[in-house]
Design a protein around this ligand. Structure first.
Ligand code: ATP
Ligand code: MG
Length: 536
């Protein structure tokens, strides 16, 4: 077993609202909490808390309380924070829905989570109405966040109505250990699962991550990662606001807009996922903007290669860090601390956060792997125990039991190593490892290598079956601009740099690598495409 080299932090038994906003000082009230990146409109901490309270008051008057589940289907805009915290303040539970979902997918999540209310924005109204109907939510319970204008709200209550009612927040005692937030996992390995997190889980993870991320009131934090996914939810909506930073929201990723907002709002702290790191390291557009305000870039959600991270650090002249987590862990369990002075390799995910225990289990035998006295351990499946571990999967007791062992350790499904100093490196997902003649190949390693090629803009690797039932690596490659690059160039480049068993055996050139909103390569889609393609 190994733990954090950092001392435990205090985790109060309290609600998220109390933890984040209970200590708001008079000086804080006028500070800017949220800036709408598109319009530049600002919301102060005082106004934000007033709107949260009014939303809680209105919801309580509608009978919303501890047994109610509310759906929030909305991109990153300031009103997201109002509804999210207002719902918890009313003692109710909330499920956050992926903004890219189709009406069917939204409907499925609303039904699965038992949501009886839906908050959305007018551009999403068509999908929201269809989904609500499928889930049996009446039109009067679809609240439109931008719908001050009756024509926009189309017969639904609007956030303006909610706020204008001006009702005080209800006085109630909320159990911080009850299921309160139900985000869904990204669906990388199968159907997304509803993950039950308590307010205590979320308070704990903010308390744990603070010590590592060190966001300050002087930071301007760019909120491009979706709030509906656990990474953006905890790190942006909770941690950054709890630290009284200024949060600049972006409804969806667009490179030029991302660079413009970073420049114009003088953003200092960027939380990103690897696809944005690829763009920051390689895209020509980056040179056209003044990004000198950026101090820290923290990448999480998928593997960041050290070389790529260093390329971002030198191009932007900033510190680059990596963190690791999963929805089931609220999400953070590992990160490179902000005050590390470059001792921890950027290939790694740094140290275990405070109040957390880990172990590694042998992939074949499930035997615990010893932490060596020096150097790095053998790779094994990472298990994590701590106050950030979910209550369980919603409606899936069997899946929960398979995931959390009787001692409370959660099986991450990720392969990792740990050094004597406690530095953890993620190898890849157990399920993604390509098995070739008894060897194991991590797609992430080959993808990182491909990205070092100057004529490759992006890449992904999957295992494909050969006629003799072996699994071999196939690369999907996006050419850099109009660069000339053939199959052989790619295969020879890799062959010159890896052991023979790891060689890329086939190459397909594509326009883009499919990625999820949370920043993961959708290998499922690449696999489906390969399976559907006629044999050459
Ligand atoms: P699903 O569980 O539905 O298949 P998912 O696992 O992608 O989807 P998330 O909870 O969003 O859903 O992602 C957690 C996973 O992301 C981790 O288990 C791990 O595989 C990956 N991950 C997160 N951070 C890192 C990182 N820094 N390096 C490598 N992998 C990472
Ligand atoms: Mg997962």
């Amino acid at each position: 077993m190994f733990t954090s080299p950092y001392a435990d932090v205090e985790i109060p038994e309290t609600t998220l609202y109390e933890y984040l906003f209970g200590g708001l000082s008079i000086d804080d009230l006028d500070r800017v909490a949220l800036v709408d990146g598109a319009s530049g409109e600002e919301t102060s901490y005082g106004k934000l808390v007033g709107q949260i309270d009014a939303t809680a008051g209105w919801l309580a008057e509608q009978g919303v309380g501890p047994d109610t589940m509310l759906g929030l289907f909305c991109p990153n805009i300031p009103a997201f924070a109002v509804v999210f915290h207002g719902t918890l303040r009313a003692g109710a539970a909330i499920t956050t829905v992926n903004a890219l979902y189709t009406a069917e997918e939204v409907g499925r999540q609303l039904a699965d989570s038992g949501a009886t209310w839906l908050f959305t924005i007018s551009p999403f109204l068509k999908r929201a109405e269809a989904a609500a109907q499928a889930a049996g939510i009446p039109a009067g319970r679809i609240v439109v966040l931008d719908g001050g204008d009756p024509a926009v709200a189309a017969g639904h209550p609007s956030l303006t109505d909610v706020l204008q009612a001006g009702l005080p927040a209800p006085r109630l005692s909320v159990d911080p250990h009850a299921a309160a937030v139900v985000p869904y996992s990204s669906g990388t390995s199968g159907t997304p699962k509803g993950v039950m997190l308590s307010q205590y889980n979320l308070v704990a993870n903010v308390a744990q991550a603070r010590a590592f991320f060190r966001v300050t009131p002087d930071d301007v934090v760019l909120a491009v990662l979706p709030f509906f996914h656990i990474y953006g939810l905890t790190v942006l909506l909770n941690l950054a606001l709890g630290e009284r930073a200024r949060l600049v929201t972006m409804p969806k990723f667009d490179l030029a807009e991302f660079l413009r907002i970073t420049q114009d709002h003088r953003c200092t702290y960027l939380f990103i996922a690897p696809p944005i790191a690829v763009a920051l390291a390689k895209h020509p557009l980056v040179d056209r903007y003044d990004l000198s305000s950026v101090r820290v870039v923290l990448s999480g959600a998928a593997p960041l290669d050290g070389g790529l991270g260093h390329a971002v650090a030198s191009r932007l002249g900033c510190t680059v860090l990596q963190g690791y987590g999963m929805t089931e862990l609220s999400p953070v369990s590992h990160a490179i601390p902000r005050d590390d002075s470059g001792n921890i390799p950027l290939d790694s995910v740094g140290y275990t956060v405070p109040n957390t225990q880990c172990k590694l289990l042998d992939i074949a035998t499930d035997e615990e792997i010893e932490v060596p006295a020096e150097g790095a351990s053998a790779p094994g499946q990472l298990l994590v125990r701590g106050p950030q571990v979910m209550l369980g999967y919603l409606n899936r007791p069997d899946a929960t039991a398979a995931m959390i062992d009787p001692d409370g350790f959660l099986r991450t499904g990720d392969i990792a190593t740990v050094t004597a100093d406690g530095v953890v490196t993620i190898v890849d997902r157990l399920k993604e490892l390509i098995k070739y003649k008894g060897y194991q190949i991590a797609p992430a390693e080959l993808e990182a290598l491909l990205l070092t090629h100057p004529r490759i803009a992006d890449a992904a690797v999957i295992g494909v079956r050969t006629d003799d039932r072996e699994e071999v690596p196939k690369a999907f490659v996006v050419r850099q601009g109009a660069a000339e690059l053939g199959d052989d160039d790619v295969m020879e480049f890799v062959a010159a740099r890896v052991a023979p068993f790891k060689r890329i055996r086939s190459v397909e050139f594509v326009e883009v690598i499919p990625k999820s909103a949370s920043g993961k390569i959708l290998r499922r889609e690449l696999r489906a495409r390969t399976a559907a393609a006629p044999k050459a």
